[in-house]
Design a protein around this ligand. Structure first.
Ligand code: PLP
Length: 395
């Protein structure tokens, strides 16, 4: 094998994509001594004890075999019940629900099941770093809808405008609310307006990533599935609601005809989600549907604390109403390039944020921080940020 020309041997799409900017920046600054990292989006809470116990029991009882491709029926029934109780939608556990290896695999299997070469996929921007490479791997083309001017809220007009430009090439739109990286979310009227708009384009799939549904601070989450059932693939999972990022459990919820296609991709990618994880998931949903509540209260305190301080320091922030991120515009008079700003901050103040550009071009000039870290760490990080801002104005 000729190592100098090795790149020619690989898949063209694989060569086009990069390791996530979030991970790359996190690794780049990881060796800085004494750094407080508010970089990664994973809960700092442990998985609730009763859920851990269910996983341990499953191991002790030798439930260590492949499950059916779609996952244990009892798990799918508990997901159906969760969607009914919390979001007023009925999905048939036998044919409309699939358990996956995290929301990540749910997104990958869904996109690969629907995309054809040359399709276009609308992505409101700034966006979570997974969407763009998955679309590219599906040989499709991402089309970004910049939401910065509207405080990161996607509007019906923005969809209509994108549709009028890209027309029948558009196969899907990827929606995500509460949104990573901005934490903004939509109220019922906004969800209905988006659903009504998308109904005008019945051949366009709406992939609705609702992984942060349990972390909404004022009001509650409304699922797109409630108002746009036929076109929607809802993505959810237990990573954020039950602090289970490492267990890897997600779901797709979609009409039968769509689920039948996704399940084929899912089967050949992973066979099924981990059996042990699925038993823990059954416990989480049957007896811990509200496990996120105490975490949500804590996140809310952190959000308020950080928002207050950063606002005072001159950062412009669309106040987040969900998830656990602050997406803030770097004030004038400081390094404006988000990568350089974050690197300088990490080196000089030993605080780790993620450059906004890691979430697409629309995120340039912003930084994202995750407040899924202890209050003690957050207080120290804000103290250091305050000192940095006092000392490092470029004016
Ligand atoms: C918006 C969004 N979707 C999906 C995921 C991936 O979730 P999972 O860990 O369940 O694969 C994340 C994780 O950060 C996320 O922020």
């Amino acid at each position: 094998m000729d190592m100098t020309n090795l790149h020619q041997l690989f898949n063209a799409q694989t060569q086009e994509i990069e390791i996530s900017g979030i991970r790359l920046f996190d690794e780049k600054i990881a060796s800085i001594d004494g750094l407080i990292k508010l970089t990664l989006g994973q809960p700092d809470f442990p998985t609730p004890q009763h859920v851990k116990d269910a996983g341990i029991k499953a191991i002790k009882n030798n439930l260590s075999f492949y499950t059916g491709m779609a996952g244990e029926l009892r798990l799918r029934e508990s997901v159906a019940n969760f969607m009914k109780v919390k979001y007023n939608i009925s999905y048939d556990p036998q044919s409309e629900i699939l358990s996956t290896v995290g929301a990540t695999e749910a997104l990958a299997a869904s996109l690969l099941a629907i995309l054809n070469p040359g399709d276009k996929v609308l992505i409101p921007s700034p966006f979570f770093s997974l969407y763009e490479p998955l679309v590219i791997l599906g040989k499709a083309e991402p089309v970004y809808i910049d939401t910065t001017e509207n405080d990161f809220i996607l509007s019906p007009e923005m969809i209509q405008e994108a549709m009028s430009v890209h027309g029948d090439k558009v196969k899907a739109i990827i929606l995500n609310y509460p949104t990573n990286p901005t934490g903004v979310t939509w109220n019922r009227e906004e969800v209905i307006a988006i659903a009504d708009t998308l109904k005008q384009y019945p051949d366009v799939f709406a992939i609705s990533d609702e992984i942060y549904s349990e972390l909404v601070y004022e009001g509650s989450h409304i699922s797109l599935g409630e108002y746009l059932f036929d076109q929607t693939i809802v993505i959810n999972g237990l990573s954020k609601s039950h602090a289970m990022t490492g267990w890897r459990l997600g779901f797709t919820l979609a009409p039968k005809a769509i689920t039948q296609q996704i399940i084929k991709v899912h089967q050949y990618l992973v066979t099924s989600a981990s059996s042990i994880t699925q038993y823990a998931g059954i416990e989480a949903l049957e007896n811990g549907m509200d496990d996120a509540l105490p975490m949500r209260e804590e996140y809310k305190k952190r959000r308020d604390y950080i928002y207050e301080i950063m606002h005072r320091l001159g950062f412009e922030i669309a106040k987040p109403n969900g998830a656990f991120y602050i997406f803030a515009k770097i004030p004038e008079g400081y390094i404006q390039n988000s990568y350089d700003f974050c690197y300088d901050l990490a080196q000089k103040a030993k605080v780790g944020f993620i450059p906004g550009v890691a979430f697409g071009e629309a995120g340039e000039g912003f930084i994202r921080l995750s407040y899924a870290s202890s209050m003690a760490e957050i207080e120290e990080a804000m103290h250091r940020l305050t000192n940095y801002m006092e000392q490092h104005s470029v004016n």
